[in-house]
Design a protein around this ligand. Structure first.
Ligand code: SAM
Length: 215
């Protein structure tokens, strides 16, 4: 049992969750597609995706979140960005049919400089990625820039410090130097970034946090 656990930990370390790389990166992204599924589903329930939405996923990783959102689109379009070439490749593979249909595009880019015009997206999501961003305050401004007026940004993570963190999660926060704000700090940085309203959801008994920023 502990042997398996250690191997998983090693895969994560070698795969580098901050910027997935190599074969270990691919294995790790595949695992995250499943391990982040539940928290992402909980967060997505705070949205009502419309068929014609223009959606962006920042730090799209293995592409599962994009997959489940794109399934709900009719005339709309989903875009994924990630600054890891391996993530872009894996997202493309998982969503090959949607890419061929023209419903989904995936690009290699960093949240620091999103390759989109102002006011492009109705909805923007980021799952388990913001805590790696190099300059959270400036990067949130960039997210706000490409969101349409009336649009919503959802920031999702399962390492919120509400006392239920596992030892492994605590270790990960330290090891990867994750940016892990309190609710008050989230409200402040969202407001400074320009969001008109910030709504925070947490889930009892879990470390889940979902911050909704409305423009
Ligand atoms: C822990 S993984 C999560 C992947 C996916 N969102 C999920 O929930 O499974 C973090 C992802 O964020 C990406 N990422 C980190 N910093 C980024 C940045 N500055 N710009 C774009 N993507 C970034 C990483 O490359 C990685 O794919």
């Amino acid at each position: 049992m502990s042997e398996v656990k250690r191997t998983e930990e090693e895969i994560t370390r070698e795969g580098n969750p901050r910027k997935p790389q190599g074969e270990e990166g691919k294995v790790m992204l595949d695992r995250m597609n499943h391990s982040h599924y539940e928290v992402t589903g909980w967060a997505l329930a705070h949205w009502k995706i419309k068929g014609d939405d223009q959606i962006l996923d920042i730090g799209c990783g293995g592409g599962m979140t994009l997959h489940r959102m794109t399934e709900q689109l009719t005339t709309g379009h989903a875009t994924g960005v990630d600054y890891s070439g391996v993530s872009v490749e894996e997202t493309g593979k998982l969503n090959e049919a949607f890419v061929k249909e023209g419903k989904l595009t995936v690009l290699e880019a960093s949240v620091e400089k999103l390759p989109f015009k102002d006011d492009t997206f109705d909805k923007i999501i980021t799952v388990e990625s913001f805590y790696f961003w190099p300059d959270p305050q400036a990067n949130l401004k960039e997210v706000h820039r490409v969101l349409k007026k009336g649009g919503t940004f959802l920031l999702v993570a399962d390492v919120y410090q509400n006392g239920h963190l596992t030892e492994q999660q605590k270790k990960n926060i330290t090891r990867y130097e994750l940016f892990n704000p309190t609710e008050e700090e989230f409200r402040e940085i969202f407001q400074i970034a320009g969001f008109a309203e910030t709504v925070i959801h947490t889930r009892d008994g879990e470390n889940w946090i979902c911050v909704e920023g409305h423009k």
